[in-house]
Design a protein around this ligand. Sequence first.
Ligand code: KG4
Ligand code: ZN
Length: 352
Amino acid sequence: MQRVLGIESSCDETGVALYDSERGLLGHEVHSQAEVHRKYGGVVPELASRDHLRRLLPLLKQLLERQGLARGDLDGVAYTAGPGLSGALLAGAAFARALAYGLEIPAVGVHHLEGHLLAPLLESPAPEFPYLALLVSGGHTQLVEVTRPGVYRLLGESLDDAVGEAFDKTARLLGLPYPGGAALARLAETGRPGRVRLPRPMTTRPGLDFSFSGLKTAALHAWRARAGTALERADLAREFVEAAVETLLIKCRLALRETGLRRLVAAGGVSANRQLRAGLAELAAELGVQVYCPRPEFCTDNGAMIALAGCLRLQAGCRQSLDFTVRARWPLPELESLGAPRAAAASEADGL
Ligand code: KG4
Ligand code: ZN
């Protein structure tokens, strides 16, 4: 297995990337659909599917041109098979599977969260295994023990909203355009501290689960009750970000203590957050553990993480036949674990 094309289309970003099993990432391209969805205040699934279909081929051409490569130089194709929006996933999966069929190369479906969990391996230095991953995105908030590629243990997760969802909804409450998470974090940097108090949900209880819907609702109540106070948008944003980040840090501390793991990795779109990254660095320094935060473009959705995870799965002999499907819901514990890598040639002819 040499050059693997990765395709990401689970939500509102179209990502393509080329990963070389020997040389690492060769290049990647991402197209964000934020403009398409902005006027609706959130992702419109049907528009997302259509835009993926429109963008995939031009993005692939651009990627190959920039690398001075042709389609014939590809040795395998990996695509996000779930979880995500069904139509959006199908657009990427059908494109990927058809391309692999036409080129007579193998294809493999990848779990989107496995992509996020392995994204730090795109960086140098890459973390060694095992590590604790804090996976924080628009759809998930999880603490995962990553033993090695393909072997994951879910330690805790949000019982309701994902932290990214709480960021986006609070941003909307404060009139910020979709997708509001990053804009809310920027606004927070101009806010005054201590002007309002929001809860740090579930932090006084043992266990590694989270809950963010109460924090979002508390922000809503605080905003509605602001009449006659000097509370400004930026002040509420500041307290919201502090409450969310502090909550995540408290659970990371607990997870490190309970597992004894010495490496902490941040993954998913919310880990692009500057305040969270600073907090994780501080926590790691205090506890004497190593922290790894991939650059922000590898935290948010991208094709590079899918190409990398797909390359590892293809090397281990995983293949998706023409009888492919996608899974809108796909709990991480249901992901098939990966055996030790075996010679790819053994099953090169399968599933073409
Ligand atoms: O991983 P991702 O790109 O897509 C999903 O798989 O969900 O994560 C997107 C989430 C959104 O909720 C977005 O608002 C949030 O990540 N996000 C941020 C920041 N950048 C992206 N949240 C807080 N601070 C940021 N800087
Ligand atoms: Zn994601």
